[in-house]
Design a protein around this ligand. Structure first.
Ligand SMILES: [Zn+2]
Length: 206
């Protein structure tokens, strides 16, 4: 065992081999891992403490959602908005956010009460795209403080794209045509609006 710097915040942190490269071996050959061959993992970086403020947090850069509340929005109701930015490698990637600035830990009861049903509605709406087999959703929240969930449309039958590596595939697959992206966003917005809220037609408008 090497030295244990006492200033690190936990036994977990003190155990890690900073500066060393982990082996990619546990991932190689997994049906969900999109790389093969000799892979070099980047050296493990030291922890940054205290963590730098996220966008929209006190002392951090401005909140992009609050600075441009309707930017890229394809659907909204009184509480929530759904954004889609531009064509990527998946049929659709979208972000669900509350209209007001909250974190997950201070989301008020009136929003937590509708979060489950709006997730269900967005997932179902995205799945109505003919190329989509399932809708993945994730909360990371390490970039912006404003609570947001990512929705990633997993193409039908593309079993390599199951699991978390779908985000890597999204960056590597050929971008879908702009017209198809527009059609997908409109389909999803219209499907959501059937059960409440309004479709916002600005995205990809010709
Ligand atoms: Zn905000």
């Amino acid at each position: 065992m090497t030295e244990l710097p006492p200033e690190l915040p936990s036994a977990y942190h003190r155990r890690l081999p900073y500066g060393e490269r982990m082996s990619a071996e546990p991932l190689i050959g997994s049906p969900f891992f999109p790389f093969e061959g000799d892979l070099q993992v980047v050296p493990l970086a030291d922890p940054v403490l205290p963590e730098p403020p996220r966008r929209g947090a006190d002392g951090g850069p401005p909140c992009p959602k609050c600075a441009d509340p309707d930017g890229s929005v394809i659907w909204r109701d009184e509480q929530w908005t759904l954004k889609a930015f531009e064509p990527t490698g998946l049929p659709l990637v979208a972000i669900l956010e509350p209209r007001e600035h909250y974190r997950l830990d201070n989301l008020p009861p009136e929003l937590t009460a509708t979060l489950g049903s709006v997730i269900q509605r967005v997932a179902k709406a995205i799945q109505s795209i003919d190329s989509v087999g399932r809708t993945h959703f994730n909360r990371w929240g390490d970039g912006s403080e404003h609570f947001h969930l990512w929705f990633l449309a997993r193409p039908l039958g593309m079993m390599q794209l199951r699991g978390a590596m779908i985000a890597a595939w999204d960056d590597m697959l050929p971008k879908i045509p702009a017209g198809e992206f527009t059609a997908n966003t409109r389909l999803v917005a219209a499907a959501l609006a059937k059960d409440g809220g309004e479709a916002v037609g600005s995205v990809g408008a010709e």
